[in-house]
Design a protein around this ligand. Structure first.
Ligand SMILES: [Zn+2]
Length: 430
C-alpha cells in the first residue's frame, strides 16, 4: 500500500540531456482542477457497521522473523526469552518444549520486544516450514492503527485532519482485509509490510520537546478517529485504497487493480498534486530538493531486457506501446514488444516487473525514445505521482488539510460513495 512520501530525486542519466522539451499538460487536467470547486454530490454519512465486520483484534505477522531459526523476545514476565525450533515444536530458553508459545507482556512493562521494536498486545511464536519459526502479534485494532499511521505519513509535518483521514483509511483497509481472510481461513493474518500496511508496533516519537509535540498531535488525531471506518451503501466495509501521490487526478480501484476490485467510482481531480507536479517539473534536473509528485527514471538496457525475459517475450526488449490509457493519460495496459514475441500487461504488472520504486506510477508523461520506437540503449520515463493512484491521495490529503479541510471532507472527496461508520464492538479491546 502507500509508502512514505519522502523520495530522493533520481539523477538522470546522460540520455536525459538530449530529450525534447516536455509537452504541455493535457487540457483534461485543467478542467479537472475546476471540478473540485463544485460542492460534493453526497456527504460522508454516518452508518452502522454490520456485525459480520466487527473485529476486536487482528493478527499481524512479523515479516522480519519469518522462518528464522531463532527468535528473541524481551519484556516477558521472565525477562528475555529465546526460542528455537525443535522437531515439530518450539523450545524456549527457559527449557520448555511446546507446540507454540503465546506470550503476554510483563504487567506494567512497555510491551514485548522483537528485533528492536516494541509490540502492544501478545506475541505468538510457532513453527513454520521445515525448520523455522514465525512470530505473530495479536493486537487490538486501535493499537494496530496507531502502529500503522506513523509509517504512512511524514509525521513531523502531518496535519491533524490528515492523520485522522489516514487512520480511518488504514483501519477500514485492515478490518476489511482481515474479515475477508477470516471468512476463508482460521489462520487469517495481516503482513506488517507493504503486502498489507507497514506496521511498526508501538510507536514512540522520541524524548525531545519537538517529538513530544508530534506524539501529542498523533495521539489526539488517533483518538478523534477511534473506531471510525468507511462503509459502502450496504453497510459493509468500503474497499479503501490509498497511495502517496496521484499526480493531479486519481483513478478507480477497478482500474488500478483489475483482478481485485470492482469499484468503478472515485476517479477525482487532485489540484494540490497537479500544482506541485507542475512546479516540480519546472525545476532544473540539478535541483536535488525532495520531490513529491514529479519523477523521472532511466531504465538501463539490462533492466529492459530482464523485463522482456520475465514476461516471456524474448531476451531483448524492442519497444513499449501503450495499449490503453484512462481519460487522464494514466497507463492502463502496455504492450511489451521483445525480440521473441509481444505481450500486453496491465500497468501495475509492468511497474512490478520493472521496479515499482523507480517507475513510480502509471501516469507517464513521456518516454525517450518515444513510445513505439525501438529502444537501443536505456529508456527514459518521466511521470507524475507515486503509487497506484486509487483512493486517498496522501499528498493531496496533506495539502487540503493545510487549507483547513476536515478529515470527513477529505475522505468524501477521494472516496466517492463511502459513509462513515463505527467499527467498535461491544467490549472491544483498546
Ligand atoms: Zn493527489
Amino acid at each position: 500500500m502507500g509508502a512514505r512520501l519522502l523520495s530522493r530525486v533520481v539523477a538522470l542519466a546522460l540520455v536525459a540531456a538530449c530529450v525534447a522539451p516536455p509537452p504541455p499538460l493535457a487540457p483534461d487536467r485543467r478542467r479537472a482542477s475546476e471540478a473540485l470547486e463544485a460542492p460534493p454530490l453526497r456527504r460522508v454519512e454516518e452508518r452502522a457497521v454490520t456485525p459480520d465486520w466487527r473485529v476486536d483484534e487482528v493478527r499481524v505477522r512479523l515479516a522480519s522473523q519469518e522462518r528464522r531459526a531463532e527468535v528473541r523476545v524481551s519484556g516477558t514476565p521472565l525477562g528475555v526469552l529465546e526460542f528455537r525450533r525443535e522437531g515439530d515444536a518450539v523450545r524456549s530458553s527457559g527449557g520448555r518444549l511446546a507446540p507454540r508459545f503465546e506470550l503476554e507482556p510483563l504487567p506494567g512493562g512497555e510491551g514485548l520486544g522483537v528485533a528492536g521494536r516494541l509490540y502492544p498486545g501478545r506475541l505468538v511464536v510457532e513453527p513454520h516450514g521445515a525448520s523455522g519459526l514465525r512470530v505473530t502479534n495479536v493486537v487490538g485494532v486501535e493499537a494496530y492503527v496507531a502502529g500503522v499511521v506513523p509509517a504512512e505519513l511524514v509525521l513531523w509535518s502531518a496535519e491533524p485532519a490528515e492523520i485522522e483521514a489516514q487512520a480511518i483509511a488504514a483501519r477500514s483497509y485492515a478490518l476489511r482485509s482481515y474479515a475477508e481472510r477470516r471468512a476463508q481461513t482460521r489462520d487469517a493474518f495481516l503482513w506488517d509490510d507493504t503486502r498489507d500496511q507497514v506496521y511498526v508496533g508501538r510507536f514512540d516519537a522520541g524524548p525531545s520537546a519537538g517529538a513530544r509535540r508530534v506524539q501529542a498531535r498523533l495521539d489526539a488525531a488517533l483518538a478523534a478517529s477511534r473506531g471510525r471506518v468507511l462503509l459502502d451503501d450496504a453497510g459493509e466495509l468500503f474497499d479503501v485504497r490509498f497511495h502517496a501521490s496521484c499526480g493531479g487526478h486519481t483513478t478507480t480501484p477497478a482500474r488500478a487493480f483489475p483482478q481485485e476490485s470492482t469499484v468503478t467510482r472515485g476517479a477525482v481531480a487532485c489540484p494540490p498534486c497537479e500544482a506541485i507536479g507542475r512546479a516540480e517539473r519546472a525545476l532544473p534536473e540539478s535541483d536535488t530538493r525532495t520531490r513529491r509528485v514529479h519523477w523521472s527514471w532511466t531504465a538501463s538496457r539490462a533492466e529492459l531486457d530482464r523485463l522482456a525475459s520475465r514476461l516471456g517475450v524474448g531476451r531483448r526488449l524492442v519497444a513499449l506501446r501503450v495499449a490503453a490509457r484512462d481519460d487522464y493519460g494514466r497507463w492502463l495496459e502496455v504492450e511489451v514488444v521483445g525480440d521473441g514475441g509481444r505481450r500486453t500487461v496491465d500497468a501495475t504488472r509492468l511497474r512490478a516487473e520493472l521496479d515499482p520504486a523507480k517507475l513510480k506510477s502509471g501516469l507517464v508523461l513521456r518516454t525517450w525514445p518515444p513510445l513505439g520506437e525501438p529502444t537501443t540503449g536505456g529508456l527514459l520515463f518521466e511521470g507524475l505521482g507515486r503509487g497506484h493512484g486509487a483512493g486517498l491521495c496522501q499528498v493531496g490529503s496533506h495539502e487540503l488539510a493545510l487549507q483547513g479541510w476536515s478529515a470527513r471532507r477529505i475522505l468524501n472527496h477521494y472516496l466517492a460513495g463511502a459513509h462513515l461508520g463505527d467499527a467498535r464492538a461491544e467490549g472491544a479491546r483498546p
